[in-house]
Design a protein around this ligand. Structure first.
Ligand SMILES: Cc1ncc(COP(=O)(O)O)c(C=O)c1O
Length: 435
């Protein structure tokens, strides 16, 4: 048996095989140059932005799309468009990126969390109803890591209780649930176009809906509260509009820009191929890792497709006959894999409701907005056992700079070789805290 790289052996993974994300080539350069040559950098009806909106709406099968300058902005547009009043509650997953909760807080609404299904890592629909109160206005399922939530179960609750459903699809471009795309599985959806995402442009977001009322509200919010500006784009006067817009409500400045929009359009043309590569890479890893005692690769229910924005692996000390806490085994495995050349990362350390930004009751500005509105919601530790267990016993294969979606199959085989090598010595891996 070859020695662990951690102990001076030859690493299992070749250097320089991994492809760095995002993959930007001649087409992105040409698209950015075209924008510079046009002299139009931004605008309510600017051509790259409008084209991206039309193309992404077609891609997900939605009637409408609005491009925004971040995924958080697009999520906030959805929260606001739902007609949320201060102090109303939105139920979301305890295992998500803080941006899901922040988009709710940005509207003086209150995030309420439900624990996850330990197999999909998504919000467990059976834990939603117990969180509903007379203040609940919306559900925000998060398709975490690129796997859609159980949307039929979630929509059934929403219909029964009169709630709006906002998909946080920030990580799930192109993923499907029962043959329909993430983005058209609820009332509204938000995607992120951040550089780490499967559809990257730098910073950006996309708001999607089939409902004209939500579209109108989100569109006004996006540009400082102004009424929709439907005046056609005038290439001679790109910075002027003859539209008689009024500022009917309070809004934000969430418009995107032409260079990121142009880059996103190029990336969108490659998204299906890239998602197919992610699935093929996940299949290679899944086939080999599932044969290893103590390693649990991610699963995907048969009614869905996963785009593997993150490929999260669990470890189980009991399956190896080890009586150590899962976190300790996880940390040892991660250190050994990294030494072998595997990109192994932790992503998030706590359930969102246990993070300091929700615990600090002082909040920001004139005090915490969610306590100002008489909210009774308390964020206590230990209430999300499935999320806590996941964060203790798992890690992500692939970093954000080297995620699994663009990688060659050979690298995945080498990652699997590294897992085999490391797990064969699981009982006596060095502890990184003792080195
Ligand atoms: C689940 C989730 N929601 C929302 C966001 C926010 O997107 P952005 O970073 O584009 O604002 C992210 C970004 O990482 C995310 O992962």
């Amino acid at each position: 048996m070859t020695e662990l790289a951690l102990r001076g052996g030859k690493p299992a993974v070749s250097k320089n095989l991994a492809i760095r994300w995002p993959v930007l080539g001649g087409q992105e350069r040409a698209a950015a140059l075209e924008v510079l040559e046009s002299g139009v950098l931004c605008g309510s009806n600017a051509p790259q932005m409008k084209a991206l909106e039309a193309e992404f709406a077609r891609f997900v099968g939605a009637k409408h799309c609005l491009a925004a300058n971040s995924g958080t902005a697009a999520l906030h547009m959805a929260v606001a468009a739902s007609g949320m009043a201060p102090g109303e509650e939105v139920i979301t997953s305890a295992f998500t990126y803080p941006a899901s909760a922040l988009a709710i807080l940005h509207h003086n609404a209150v995030p309420v969390f439900a624990d996850i299904d330990p197999l999909t890592f998504n919000i467990d629909p059976t834990r939603i109803e117990e969180r509903i109160t007379p203040r609940t206005r919306a559900l925000m399922p998060v398709h975490i890591h690129g796997l859609p939530c159980d949307m039929d179960a979630i929509n059934a609750i929403a219909r029964r209780r009169g709630l709006v459903v906002i998909e946080d699809a920030a990580q799930a471009h192109g993923a499907t649930y029962r043959s329909r795309q993430a983005g058209v599985l609820g009332d509204m959806a938000a995607f992120s176009l951040n550089a780490t995402k499967n559809l990257p442009c730098g910073e950006g977001g996309l708001f999607v809906t089939n409902d004209e009322r939500f579209l109108g509200a989100a569109s006004a919010l996006r540009v400082l509260g102004q009424d929709r500006d439907d005046a056609p784009f005038d290439a001679e006067y790109p910075l002027d509009s003859e539209a008689e817009t009024e500022f009917a409500g309070v809004g934000w400045m969430y418009l995107t820009q032409e260079i990121p929009a142009a880059i996103a359009r190029v990336q969108l043309r490659r998204l299906n191929d890239s998602n197919r590569n992610a699935a093929a890479n996940a299949a290679v890893l899944g086939a080999r890792l599932s044969r290893l005692a103590g390693v649990v690769p991610p699963s995907c229910p048969p009614d869905r497709t996963h785009v593997y924005h993150k490929y999260r692996v669990r470890v189980d000390p009991r399956a190896l006959g080890l009586s150590i806490p899962p976190r300790r085994l996880r940390d040892r495995v991660v250190a050994a894999l990294r030494a072998e050349g595997v990109e192994a990362k932790l992503w998030l350390g706590k359930p969102v409701p246990e993070m300091p930004f929700l615990k600090a009751r002082a909040g920001y500005g004139h005090g915490c907005p969610w306590t100002c509105h008489g909210s009774e919601v308390r964020y206590a530790d230990g209430e999300y056992p499935a999320t806590s267990a996941l964060l203790d016993d798992s890690f992500v294969v692939g970093s954000q700079t080297y995620p699994i979606y663009p990688q060659p199959r050979r690298l995945m085989e080498q990652y699997a070789d590294a897992f085999e090598k490391v797990m064969a010595r699981a009982a006596d891996l060095p502890d990184p805290r003792e080195r």
